[in-house]
Design a protein around this ligand. Structure first.
Ligand code: TRP
Length: 453
C-alpha cells in the first residue's frame, strides 16, 4: 500500500480519548432506542441473558480483534485486510462488505436520529404537554405517517453528520465524546433514580422483566441478540478497526475493549430501566417495537416538574449520542474512498453524505426499514465470522500476541482469546446464521438448552 495511507493518519490523544471516542461510537441509538424495544419484543430476561453472553464471549473478543487489526496495520479496512493477504485476495471482500454496510446502516440510522431531533423540538415547544400515553402514541404514529416531516429531519441530521466530518473528525469526535458521554451517563442515572422514586411499582416490574430469564425462547430471539450485540458494539463492518488505526502503539487493547463493552452494556441495561417503568405503570405491553422510546419517554417527562426541558435535553443528548455513532459509521465509507480514489476528505464527506441521505429516503416506509434492519442483523455477524478467522488464522500468532499484550500482563488470557476467535466464535456465529435461515430451527435450540416453559 502507498505511504499516503499512513502518513496523514491522525492519532487519539491517548487511551482515554480513544476509549471515549470508541464508546461514543458504540453508545448510540442501538442502546437507548434499540435495546429496550428488542428486549420488549423478544420476551425480556431470557433475551437479555443471551445478549450478555454474546457481549462477553463474542462481542468482547471481536472488539479486541478489530482494534488489533486496525492498530497493527494503521490502515482503513480493505487495505488492512490486504496487508496480511494480497490486494486481490477474497479477504478484502470483508472490507467491501463493511463499506456497503456503512451506507445501508446510515440510511436508516439517520432516519431514527431524525425522529429524535424532531422530538427534541417537540418537547421544547411543549407538544407533549398534558398528553397521556395513548395520545403520545398517536403522535408518534402521525410522525411515521408524514413523509415530509421525517425527510426534513433526516436531511438535517445527515447535514450535521457531514458538517462534522467535513471539518475533520478526529479532534471533533474525541472532544465531543469527552464532553457528551459523561453528561449522558449522569442523565441516565438521574432518570433511573427518578423512576425508582416516582414509578416504583413499574420499576420493580421492569427489573423483573429485564433481569429474570423466562422461557420459552421467542423464535428469532437468539439471532436478534447476536445482531444487537454486533450493532451496539459497532462491530462487523470495520468501524472499530478504523478507530483502532488511530490508536498509538503503547495502549492496552484488551483493557480498552473491556471498558468499551462495559460502558456500552451498562447504558443499554439502564435504558431498559428508564423506558419500561412508564409502560408497565400504564398497563401497556413492552412489545411495541421501534416506537417504544418515542411513546414512553415523553409521558415520563410530562410527570416531572420542568419536564419539557428535561425531555428536550434528553432527546438532544440522544441526538448527540447518535451523532458520535453516525460519524463512525460514515467514516468507514469516507476512509475507503479517500484511500482508494485519493479524493479530498472535504469533497468526499459531502458526496457520501448526499448519497447516504438519498439512500435513506425509502426508509420512511416501515417495510423497507424492516428489511434494512434484517440485512444488518445478517451482515454484521457475517463480517464477525471473517474478522475472527482473519485474526485467528491469517495474521501471524507472533503479531497478535504482541498486540494483545502491549501495556498489560494478560499473556495468560491470550490463549483463551485465541481459542474464541479461532474456533468458538466462527462456529457459534455459523450456527446462528443457520438458525436465521431456519436450517437449525429455534425449537431445537430451545430443547438443547432446556429453555422450555
Ligand atoms: N453502535 C452504535 C449504536 O449502538 C451504532 C453504530 C456505530 C454501528 N457504528 C456502527 C452499528 C458500526 C454497526 C456497525 O447505536
Amino acid at each position: 500500500m502507498k505511504d499516503n495511507d499512513t502518513t496523514a493518519r491522525d492519532q487519539w490523544s491517548g487511551r482515554i480519548g480513544f476509549i471515549l471516542a470508541a464508546a461514543g461510537s458504540a453508545i448510540g441509538l442501538g442502546n437507548i432506542w434499540g435495546f429496550p424495544y428488542k428486549t420488549g419484543v423478544n420476551g425480556g430476561g431470557l433475551f437479555v441473558l443471551i445478549y450478555l453472553f454474546c457481549i462477553l464471549f463474542i462481542g468482547l473478543p471481536v472488539v479486541i480483534a478489530e482494534i488489533m487489526i486496525g492498530r497493527n496495520t494503521q490502515k482503513s479496512p480493505i487495505a488492512a485486510f490486504a496487508q496480511y493477504s494480497s490486494k486481490r485476495s477474497p479477504w478484502c471482500l470483508v472490507g467491501v462488505l463493511g463499506v456497503v454496510c456503512s451506507v445501508v446502516i446510515m440510511s436508516y440510522y439517520s432516519m431514527i436520529a431524525g425522529w429524535t431531533l424532531n422530538y427534541c423540538f417537540k418537547s421544547l415547544f411543549r407538544c407533549f404537554d398534558g398528553k397521556n400515553f395513548q395520545e403520545v402514541t398517536q403522535l408518534f404514529k402521525n410522525l411515521q405517517g408524514t413523509t415530509w416531516e421525517q425527510l426534513i429531519w433526516h436531511i438535517v441530521f445527515m447535514g450535521m453528520t457531514v458538517g462534522i466530518l467535513y471539518g475533520g473528525i478526529k479532534n471533533g469526535i474525541e472532544k465531543w465524546s469527552k464532553i457528551l458521554m459523561p453528561i449522558l451517563f449522569l442523565l441516565m442515572i438521574g432518570l433511573v433514580l427518578y423512576s425508582f422514586i416516582f414509578l416504583f411499582q413499574g420499576t420493580v416490574q421492569s427489573l423483573r422483566f429485564t433481569f429474570l430469564p423466562k422461557g420459552p425462547l421467542k423464535p428469532e430471539a437468539i439471532f436478534k441478540a447476536v445482531g444487537q450485540a454486533f450493532f451496539t458494539l459497532s462491530l462487523g463492518m470495520g468501524t472499530m478497526l478504523t478507530y483502532g488505526s488511530y490508536l498509538d502503539k503503547k495502549s492496552d487493547i484488551p483493557k480498552a475493549s473491556v471498558w468499551i463493552c462495559g460502558l456500552d452494556t451498562f447504558i443499554a441495561l439502564i435504558a431498559c430501566v428508564v423506558v419500561f417503568p412508564i409502560i408497565f405503570q400504564n398497563n401497556a405491553e413492552p412489545t411495541g417495537g421501534p416506537g417504544l422510546v418515542f411513546e414512553s419517554l415523553p409521558v415520563l417527562f410530562n410527570t416531572i416538574p420542568g419536564g419539557m426541558f428535561f425531555g428536550a435535553a434528553f432527546f438532544l443528548l440522544l441526538v448527540f449520542a447518535a451523532l458520535t455513532s453516525a460519524i463512525s459509521i460514515t467514516e468507514v465509507s469516507i476512509a475507503f474512498v479517500i484511500d482508494h480514489f485519493h479524493f479530498s476528505r472535504k469533497k468526499m464527506s459531502i458526496i457520501i453524505g448526499i448519497l447516504v441521505c438519498l439512500a435513506g429516503f425509502p426508509c420512511i416506509h416501515q417495510t423497507y426499514f424492516g428489511w434494512m434492519e434484517y440485512l444488518t442483523d445478517l451482515a454484521l455477524p457475517l463480517g464477525g465470522i471473517f474478522i475472527s478467522l482473519f485474526v485467528g488464522w491469517k495474521m501471524p500468532k507472533k503479531v497478535t500476541f504482541e498486540e494483545f499484550t502491549i501495556g498489560n500482563n494478560l499473556a495468560k488470557m491470550y490463549p483463551v482469546w485465541l481459542f474464541l476467535v479461532r474456533v468458538f466464535i466462527p462456529i457459534i456465529l455459523t450456527i446462528f446464521m443457520l438458525n436465521m435461515f431456519n436450517i437449525i430451527p429455534t425449537e431445537s435450540i430451545n430443547a438443547f438448552f432446556g429453555f422450555g416453559n
